[in-house]
Ligand binder design. Structure first.
Ligand code: GSH
Length: 319
């Protein structure tokens, strides 16, 4: 993974995410302003980002689970025609995330060749990771946020319409699922896959499955994580579930069980997949291309496995 240092993109990160104990640690997001209804400042960052249709654009990659959150937030808030999106090509290169000249992986806004060009627009001497998603303000010509959790929350709170993803009465319950699922599942699969010691891997993989087992039991009681309505907690779990059997099980060695081995969780994942519009946010073959990219540590030849074949369209049977 690369890093941008004073505006220059470096292929080899001088500050790798993997610390000496072999544990993967995800770098903190660097741009954290908020869109709000009236443009006043949000909980962090600067103000001046009012909620307006046509004003904002997302830089995404289909394979990235954090970018998937932003796409799902647009869907559930009914904002697909209000917020545009550019999708980077699935495989990162020496230039990091890149765009093609035309077609589905082109950037219609700036015609950028690489995502680091967008970050250089934020600040010519930008230093930090060059990650998707990025929420961009077309009017002011600057980035609002590169933190997916904030993007989901601000779209829910600032735009009217669509589903309420973070209702006040479920806030505490949602936050508690979010925290556990972020550490042990969303980022947990990366902690397993990017671990550089046996011990770090063992810890991470055990936590992934402890939480999946817990969710399996919860889904005996309730239709969704925080009760009988779909919330932000489900939105944040789904991208990891969609990638689990095709990517994490094999590429990240999260192979104690498959998603398909959990009756409740697998039916719940299909129930979400079968909600209107969700299947359009999913690209299984791109997940494989991305997670089986050439990597000296994980997949030196970059060969993409043929399977598994999974049918997400079978009836889920959850009321
Ligand atoms: N905190 C960010 C994390 C985003 C992230 O790590 N995205 C990955 C792709 S899945 C990325 O772009 N990595 C590029 C890099 O670190 O060089 C968020 O949740 O929005």
């Amino acid at each position: 993974m690369g890093l941008m240092l004073k505006g220059a993109y470096l292929e080899d990160d001088p500050q790798p995410d993997t610390a000496q104990d072999g544990e993967f640690r995800r770098a903190k997001s660097t741009i954290r302003n908020w869109i709000t209804g009236d443009g006043s400042a949000g909980p962090v960052g600067e103000g001046g980002f009012g909620a307006e249709s046509g004003r904002y654009h997302l830089f995404l990659a289909w394979n990235c689970p954090w970018a998937h959150r932003a796409l799902l937030a647009c869907l559930f808030k009914g904002l697909q025609n209000d917020i545009g999106a550019s999708f980077a090509a699935p495989r990162r290169t020496a230039d990091g995330w890149v765009f093609e000249e035309d077609g589905e992986f082109a950037d219609p806004v700036f015609g950028a060749k690489a995502l680091h060009e967008i970050y250089a627009r934020v600040e010519p001497a930008y230093t930090g990771r060059v990650t998707v998603p990025v929420l961009w303000d077309l009017e002011r010509g600057l980035a609002v946020s590169n933190e997916s959790a904030d993007i989901v929350r601000m779209l829910d709170q600032s735009f009217d319409g669509g589903l309420r993803l973070f209702p006040d009465d479920l806030a505490e319950n949602i936050e508690s699922w979010n925290e556990r699922i972020y550490n042990t599942v969303n980022n947990g699969v990366y902690r397993a896959g990017f671990a550089r010691t046996q011990e770090a891997y063992d810890r991470a993989v055990a936590e992934v499955f402890e939480t999946l087992d817990l969710i399996e039991r919860q889904l005996d009681e309730t239709r969704f994580l925080a009760g009988d309505v779909f919330t932000e907690a489900d939105l944040r779990l789904f991208p990891t579930l969609a990638r689990f059997d095709v990517a994490y099980h094999y590429a990240f060695k999260c192979n104690i069980r498959r998603l398909q081995d959990y009756p409740n969780l697998w039916a719940y994942a299909r129930a979400i997949y079968q909600m209107p519009g969700v299947a359009d946010t999913v690209r299984f073959s791109i997940y494989k291309q991305g997670y089986f990219s050439p990597s000296p540590l994980r997949n030196p030849l970059g060969i993409v496995p043929a399977g598994p074949e999974i049918d997400w369209t079978t009836p889920h049977g959850r009321a």
